[in-house]
Write a new protein. Structure first.
Lengths: 124, 157
């Protein structure tokens, strides 16, 4: 993408689509995030879905949990894909930061997103 | 304690295994029986990264599993043996009996497989292999989580 990185959200069930829709609704930035569900897929199928969504573009792939089928599949695809980074524990603040900074280099965008996502977890 | 679950799940280590089953079974260790993972330092590191620290993740190929099975069964901690496919579990059962029960936890669509449950697709060859195991005394059921009802192999015909 000429105007910045692609974002792909990979999560259990309908979670990825919900996060993408709400991130777009809040930010007003459509078409940058893609959603991938692990629903009904084995390892190879989830990897195929991620590879299709990333389409070999420079990207950050946001995964819901730091373990499990979504995480392992994303890491396998990242190993084969230059310019793809993985961040776990996806949440809305993380995605919003990504949407606002996606013209930065992939490592920097991924690191920022991880910090923003972590910072959003508080106990007021 | 014996190995408390022998599971076939093509997603290998994931939430249903480490949380869904891991907590109620009080798992102390998981044996990941998979030649590809066993032979790759990168794969081993990846799966270690994705396993909660309270569960020890061990890696094995078939020969190592056959050697270690009796020792695993004699350990004080509860263990789970995990394979990605029916063929590996069947080979393990043949190489290192006894395996009293096999749990089909997630076998997803591939060419040649037909749906038996939303989370279990089997080819005819896989069904016959499981049926042969059952004829040999191993009870085979499908059950994704401990809170769902086990489904007998015959119902997957």
């Amino acid at each position: 993408m000429s105007d910045g990185l692609l974002g792909v959200v990979v999560a259990h069930g309908a979670l990825a689509l919900a996060l993408v829709q709400e991130a777009e609704r809040i930010s007003g930035v459509p078409g940058v995030l893609r959603a991938v569900s692990n629903e009904g897929g084995g390892r190879e199928e989830i990897e195929r879905r991620i590879a299709d969504a990333v389409a070999a573009e420079p990207s950050v792939v946001f995964v819901d949990m730091p373990c499990g089928s979504c995480f392992f599949a994303a890491m396998h695809i990242a190993r084969q894909t230059a310019g793809m980074r993985v961040v776990t524990g996806v949440n809305l603040p993380m995605l919003l930061d990504f949407l606002n900074n996606r013209t930065l280099p992939p490592d920097e965008v991924a690191a920022r997103a991880a910090v923003k996502g972590t910072d959003a977890i508080r106990k007021p | 304690m014996p190995i408390v679950l022998y599971r076939v799940d093509d997603r290998l280590v994931h939430g249903q295994v480490v949380i869904g089953w891991g907590k109620p079974l009080n798992l102390g260790f998981i044996v990941l029986l998979d030649d590809t993972v066993y032979g790759s330092d990168w794969e081993r590191d990846l799966y270690r990264m994705g396993t909660p620290p309270e569960i020890e993740l061990r890696f094995s190929d078939l020969a190592e599993a056959a050697r270690q099975h009796a020792a695993w069964r004699a350990e004080p901690a509860n263990g789970l043996v995990l394979t990605a496919d029916v063929a590996t579990m069947a080979a393990f059962r043949q190489a290192a009996p006894p395996v009293e029960r096999i749990n089909l936890g997630g076998i997803h669509h591939k060419p040649g497989r037909t749906p038996r449950l939303p989370y279990v697709y089997l080819s005819e060859e896989e069904y016959r292999a499981l049926d042969a195991l059952q004829q040999a005394g191993t009870v085979v059921t499908a059950q994704d989580l401990p809170t769902t009802r086990p489904v007998a192999l015959e119902a997957l015909r």
